[in-house]
Design a protein around this ligand. Structure first.
Ligand SMILES: C[S@@+](CC[C@H](N)C(=O)[O-])C[C@H]1O[C@@H](n2cnc3c(N)ncnc32)[C@H](O)[C@@H]1O
Length: 331
């Protein structure tokens, strides 16, 4: 508890003394009521030195409390931008290192945020029945796969990847077909859609998507239909039940399918319930795309706060931020 107080005070000298004490203090101490870690306390204090001291001794940068609030958010809420920025950099450094190590060991990283929505495995999701209701698509566990509030975002995404008529466009993940309906309004020459879920595919056929001139549906997981892809002027990616590693894998395919002057965009739900994790992942995605010689510009769109009623009947919200970073990616 002395250590907790030292962290709350941001007293780095006291922290250093206490860390040398015997028996060793518990650096993974969690407040029994709030779940706040020592890092939350230090972030709240605004002492960058204290935060760095905790990181150095192994307190995880991505600690969350019982309300799933990150330590980075605690710094942000308290207005300590220098601490926030330093922790974002620490997050990027740790994640890139972890990725390099796990690639070396060919391991899966279980801690990374899902690219979208929930920690549902893609295979489980694809095998479960879906419910289409009132502008929503839910899986059998009531996880929201796609929701109507995203429509304005899909309008932007469509305009970004199809800025003029007559283009060849590719969309990965049909969902409610919002982005595809918008793409159709923009008169593409060809419009390829990849969709893996049998219920969504059935719905697409019922709506007659297979009869629209220029539309080509590839039914299957994007991972399996890559060999059938051609090259495109515009590409949009928005799947469900996949992780950042899957998104990154798709990004590695881009040099083969995106034309030199083409535009790529993806639904940017990375860490969508915590600004701190979101900021870390926006920068990681940007860095990883740079490895493909692709540059990302994030266009910030203001979102109105989504009230509780939006999420009623769903398992949990997957988005709570008030700014959407729409990625525009080009070679
Ligand atoms: C979030 S929705 C897409 C929403 C869409 N952007 C819209 O505007 O309505 C995700 C879609 O991706 C599909 N999907 C999930 N995993 C996939 C995969 N590996 N390959 C292709 N499609 C996948 C889901 O079945 C679902 O229809």
């Amino acid at each position: 508890l002395l250590l907790v107080q030292a962290c709350r005070d941001g007293n780095v000298e006291q922290i250093a003394v206490l860390l040398q004490a015997t028996p060793k203090p518990d650096i993974h101490y969690v407040d029994p009521e709030t779940g706040a870690t020592l890092l939350h306390d230090a972030c709240g204090s605004g002492s960058l030195d204290a935060v760095q001291a905790l990181i150095r001794i192994g307190v995880p940068w991505n600690s969350v409390d019982f309300a799933h609030k990150s330590a980075g958010e605690a710094a942000l809420e308290a207005g300590h931008m220098d601490v926030y920025d330093a922790l974002v950099q620490e997050g990027i450094r740790s994640e890139l290192l972890l990725e390099a190590v796990s690639r070396h060991h060919d391991d899966e990283d279980d801690d990374e945020p899902p690219k979208k929505k929930t920690k549902v495995s893609n295979a489980e999701y694809l095998a479960s029945p879906l419910v289409f209701s009132e502008g929503r698509l839910l899986d059998s566990e009531r996880n929201a796969v796609m929701m109507g509030w995203e429509h304005p975002l899909m309008i932007h995404h469509a305009k970004v990847i199809a800025p003029k008529p007559g283009l060849d466009v590719l969309n990965v993940g049909f969902g409610l077909g919002l982005v595809d309906k918008e793409l159709q309004k923009l008169k593409p020459r060809t419009h390829t859609i990849i969709e893996a879920h049998p219920d969504v595919y059935k719905h697409m056929l019922e709506e007659g998507w297979d009869k629209i001139p220029g539309v080509k549906i590839l039914f299957g997981r994007w991972q399996d239909v890559v060999p059938q892809l051609e090259t495109y002027d515009g590409i949009f990616f928005d799947t469900f039940g996949e992780y950042y590693a899957d998104l990154k894998e798709f990004h590695e395919v881009l040099p083969n399918i995106l034309r030199q002057d083409g535009i790529y965009s993806y639904f940017n739900g990375l860490g969508g319930t915590d600004r701190f994790f979101h900021d870390v992942y926006c920068q990681i995605a940007d860095l990883d795309l740079q490895d493909m010689c692709i540059q990302t510009e994030y266009v910030q769109l203001d979102l109105e706060a989504l009230g509780d009623e939006v999420w009623q009947g769903t398992k949990r919200p997957y988005w709570s931020l008030n700014t959407y970073n729409l990625p525009i990616c080009k070679f």
